[in-house]
Design a binder for this molecule. Structure first.
Ligand code: HEM
Length: 318
């Protein structure tokens, strides 16, 4: 769905007014519980794994918020512009986000909430929609903008970028190299369509429907049916990000914790925090035991154990 800039501005104004509701602080508006139910329908496929809409929603958080740099202060970043600005939406790095953009904008309009909040909430819901996915603290009350992010080169989202470029761009957003290693694990749930169109749909680990740590081992061992990004290989090898990257192999709980710590910060880049309300409780519960997931021997579920030293990849690494 495409919007003219005039319509987009009008819609953005509507969304700002709708978003004004929760900015007084306090309880999470009940509408987010309804939205959570909507997203569960949208994101979980018949076999219980997360689907393409879920992975696109997770990526959308990165592409909305990741255009922020420290020079922008409390502007830009997580402002919905990746969906609300036609200019930004059409940039090459945002290819593949058009379908989820149309769906989440329609849902935001239907439920009367802001698009920037919808992107953040849907991204957090997306990780939970993948079995073994963690709960990220999710605040609501962002201000929408249809102004395009100022510089497309601020988003470290190109698979041919060097580790140095990616780490530098993230450092300007307040993330360490270890944080980058944790965030890149989102590729546990991802598929590529545009890096190599001849292999459209190829996943970045063997289990894109499950939020597991196979990504970290698969990036190193490169199974034949996995499409490994050069950027992920570079991050696994760089002396700054590599140790953290390798430390997550086989360590589901450690990665989940590191991921939610960084993802919660990512989804607040550029956002004035006064008046935000905590809507984490509107998210669905984690599904940390799942048929086919190779959870630790003897553990009833993942949250019941603090140490997953016995966690093994779903398929053994060759
Ligand atoms: C570290 C730097 C990163 C680079 C270079 C990068 C690059 C890419 C590329 C090239 C794609 C494939 C797009 C396509 O061809 O369809 C992709 C997909 C994806 N990325 Fe990243 N990404 C990075 C970080 C992140 C972060 C921080 C997140 C979220 C927290 C994320 C989440 C995803 C997801 C979920 C997909 C799959 C989207 C889908 O299947 O539709 N990425 N990424």
């Amino acid at each position: 769905m495409r919007f003219s800039s005039t319509i987009a501005v009008a819609l953005a104004t509507t969304f700002i007014e709708a978003s004004a509701l929760p900015r007084s602080g306090g309880a999470c508006p009940a509408v987010w519980t309804q939205i959570s139910q909507d997203l569960t329908q949208m994101f979980i496929q018949a076999d219980g794994q997360c689907n393409d809409d879920a992975r696109s929603a997770i990526r959308a958080v990165f592409h909305d918020c990741g255009t922020w740099s420290s020079s922008q202060g409390l502007t830009g970043g997580c402002d919905g512009s990746v969906f609300l600005s036609d200019v930004e939406n059409a940039r090459p790095e945002n290819r593949g986000l058009q379908s989820i953009s149309a769906k989440l904008k329609a849902l935001a309009s239907q439920r009367g909430v802001g698009v920037a909040d919808m992107i953040a909430f849907a991204g957090a819901h997306g990780t939970l929609s993948c079995p073994l996915g963690p709960t990220t603290k999710t605040m609501i009350g962002r201000i929408d903008s249809s102004k395009p992010a100022p510089d497309e080169n601020l988003l470290p989202g190109n698979a041919s970028m060097s580790a140095d470029t990616i780490i530098s761009l993230f450092a300007d957003k307040g993330f360490s190299a270890a944080d980058v290693a944790a965030l890149a694990g989102a590729h546990s749930s991802s598929k590529q369509f545009f890096v190599d169109p001849s292999r459209a749909g190829a996943p970045q680990d063997r289990t894109p429907g499950i939020w597991d740590v196979d990504y970290y081992s698969d990036t190193i061992t490169k199974p034949a049916d996995v499409f490994v990004f050069d950027s992920d290989i570079a991050l696994s090898q760089d002396p700054r990000s590599g140790p953290a990257f390798k430390s997550f192999i086989g360590q589901q709980a450690a990665w989940n914790q590191a991921f939610v710590d960084t993802f919660a910060r990512l989804m607040l880049l550029g956002v004035p925090q006064e008046g935000l309300v905590d809507c984490t409780s509107a998210l669905p519960p984690p599904r940390d035991s799942f048929p086919g997931a190779n959870t630790p021997s003897g553990a009833s579920n993942l949250t019941s154990r603090r140490n997953y030293a016995f966690y093994k990849p779903v398929k053994q690494v060759a």
